[in-house]
Design a protein around this ligand. Structure first.
Ligand code: ZN
Length: 175
């Protein structure tokens, strides 16, 4: 079994990992995810990746687990900003062609990998997060969102501006 933690490379070989019944537990920086960044206000933290690669009882090779990431989105209830914990519940079947994809049991999302070339874990994680973004995030009753003006206020200390969650937490405590 390959010890992924020894290899900081973000490239993985899903079929090899599945054949070796492997866990991938990693923090992946959101800063490299341009497509995700275009869909949210801000994505600067890390995605927490916990994925098991293996074979199911019918010997379909699968990738299962969770990917969680904090992002800042616009609240559709008050139009201010809110932190959203995006959680992707991954239940993917690894396939090499369209025929395999069609034979895949319905509970799996097919992931088509036509070659054995390593794939970018960052891109894979980004795809799953984009699929799991809430379409219209809304704050819970009693929660407080942050106006864009407050969020980007020039007189805020640099540290707080770089950590919007600390700013959000501080704001919540005031109420
Ligand atoms: Zn709100």
């Amino acid at each position: 079994m390959r010890a992924m933690s020894d290899q900081p490379s973000t490239y993985i070989e899903p079929f090899t990992l599945a054949n070796n019944d492997s866990m991938v537990e990693r923090q992946i920086a959101l800063s490299g995810m341009q497509r995700l960044a275009e869909l949210v206000i801000e994505a600067t933290g890390d995605a927490t990746v916990s994925l098991h690669f293996g074979a199911d009882q019918q010997r379909f090779r699968v990738m299962q687990g969770t990917i969680a990431a904090p992002v800042i989105m616009r609240c559709e209830r008050c139009l201010k900003l809110m932190s959203v914990e995006v959680v992707a519940n991954v239940n993917v079947g690894l396939v090499k062609n369209h025929e395999q994809a069609e034979n895949l049991p319905g509970q799996y999302e097919p992931l088509l990998l036509e070659s054995d070339e390593p794939v970018s874990l960052t891109e894979l994680v980004e795809d799953e997060l984009i699929l799991s973004l809430p379409i219209a995030p809304r704050h819970e009753i009693g929660a407080v969102c942050v106006s864009l003006d407050d969020y980007t206020a020039e007189d805020e200390p640099q540290e707080e501006r770089e950590n919007p969650f600390a700013a959000l937490a501080a704001l919540k405590k005031k109420h």
